[in-house]
Design a binder for this molecule. Structure first.
Ligand code: PLP
Length: 453
């Protein structure tokens, strides 16, 4: 064990329960609010789009939630995932720190997203649903849900942002391999899509438009529901499998983590990775948790903590979270998964309570770290994941200055084999470091309706 590269758990050591952070929060999570009434959202309000079991998980105060056998059975196709010791990266950096990374790139879709796609498909199947509708940007979530729906014999309709559909054909291919119908959004299949097309037949689409189309599809069809890949509490519960395995693996390695780092788009991979460590921290354990975001979408580092819509069109319930405003459109950076205007309410609460810290990086230093990682550890990180690597590298370089032998653990959310154009751009010197002027961010925040109160 002393010189191992990978710390592995057997299939029989796969956690049998998910962890829910809600009962361990320093204060209760404020409710979602109905956009029309301003009153807390009830389970009945959510039933047209989600099955009851997932709605119950959304508000559950149970610390442990049993993972159904049928879900464990699919998880075992790739889980438990390995925890790697990044010895060659440590050597390159000449750091006394020990660097580990929890490798979620080994899943069928190449990221952490199947961890929630599989249970979501399962609970929908159990509720008698026959088809799921969803949106996807670059295709990470769409491919994860396609894999999961196929595993349980559900139909899957994916509204894929048109510009990505045209520019990133390979994840579309994966979705089709797993049996999904994929449409470039805006489509003429929904009122929301037709309204956009009437204004602009050449619209490149956006995640906000695609969400509206998928939700409308679910609401209008009795047998169809909607699935979301991040942000919501039940998604974070499912992703806790990542942190629970990591805890076991660190114990096996005889380690105690000093710093946990992960990238944040909506917050699901990072929350799943670090929430199982939150009770230890609240009991006084000296562990830091660092959420990493791009400077082009600085939700935690420059956003406001207030109620806002989850989508661009303003159709979803209002959630108390860090936000840049639902109309905020970040520039087209390569880490597409990190371009969300808000952050998971649970993660937002813990950042607000200073249990979790946050930092932001521009693209160039992020890709520099990703290349160093690929050249030492061999795996090409997803551009999103590269943000976590940058932060892990910086923590290790700090240790080099102070001589501290810290244990740093990175959430490796996915591989970048379908994002190679981003690397071409970096190597060609064509990546633009984009930073919003503060005034522009203040403007976006000021435009968020003050609601409620
Ligand atoms: C989607 C995605 C992210 C961002 O989503 P979170 O919900 O914040 O985890 C990060 N990394 C990869 C590889 C992704 O596919």
């Amino acid at each position: 064990m002393a010189d191992s590269y990978r710390i592995l758990l057997g299939e029989n050591e796969l956690p049998q329960q998910w962890y829910n952070v809600q009962p361990d929060l320093p204060r209760p999570l404020p409710p979602y609010l109905h956009p029309a009434t301003g009153k807390p959202v009830t389970p009945d309000d959510m039933l047209p789009i989600f099955p009851m079991e997932l709605i119950l998980q959304e508000v559950s105060q149970e610390r442990w939630i049993e993972i159904p056998d049928e879900v464990l059975d699919i998880y075992r196709l790739w889980r438990p995932s390995p925890l790697h010791r990044a010895r060659r990266l440590e050597k390159l950096l000449k750091t006394p720190a020990r660097i580990y990374f929890k490798n979620e790139s080994v899943s069928p879709a190449g990221s952490h997203k199947p961890n929630t796609a599989v249970p979501q498909a399962y609970y929908n199947k159990m509720a008698g649903v026959t088809r799921l509708a969803t949106e996807t940007g670059a295709g990470q979530w769409g491919s994860a849900l396609s894999f999961a729906c196929n595993a349980f014999g559900l139909g899957c309709t994916v509204y894929m942002v048109k510009v990505s559909y045209q520019q990133k054909p390979y994840r579309r291919s994966m979705m089709q391999i797993w049996g999904s119908e994929v449409y470039p959004s805006p489509t003429d299949r929904t009122d929301s899509g037709r309204a956009i097309l009437a204004q602009d037949p050449e619209s490149p689409g956006s995640l906000g438009i695609a969400i509206s189309e998928a939700v409308e599809d679910a609401v209008k069809h009795e047998d169809t529901k909607y699935a979301l890949g991040s942000v919501l509490n039940h998604v974070l519960v499912h992703q806790s499998i990542v942190g629970l395995e990591t805890k076991k693996q660190l114990q096996l390695a005889g380690e105690k983590a000093d710093v946990l780092v992960g990238c944040v788009g909506g917050g699901s991979n990072f929350a799943g990775f670090c929430f199982p460590f939150v009770p230890d921290k609240l009991k006084g354990d000296n562990i830091r948790m660092v959420a990493v975001e791009p400077t082009s979408c600085p939700t935690f580092t420059k956003g406001a903590y207030m109620y806002d819509f989850g989508d661009t069109a303003g159709l979803t319930p209002l959630m108390l979270m860090y936000t840049l405003g639902h109309s905020f459109v970040p520039p087209g950076i390569h880490a597409g998964g990190l371009r969300y205007h808000g952050d998971a309410p649970l993660l937002s609460l813990l950042v607000h309570e200073k249990v979790i810290e946050a930092r932001a990086y521009p693209q160039n230093p992020v890709f520099e770290a990703a290349i160093a990682f690929a050249r030492t550890e061999g795996i090409v990180p997803a551009p999103e994941t590269a943000h976590a690597i940058r932060a892990g590298v910086d923590e290790a370089l700090k240790c080099k200055e102070t001589g501290e032998e810290k244990c740093i653990v990175i959430a490796f959310s996915g591989h970048g084999f379908l994002d190679l154009a981003a690397y071409d751009n970096f190597i060609g010197g064509n990546l633009i470091d984009f930073e919003y002027p503060d005034s522009k961010i203040q403007e976006a925040i000021a435009a968020i309706p003050k609601f409620p109160g």
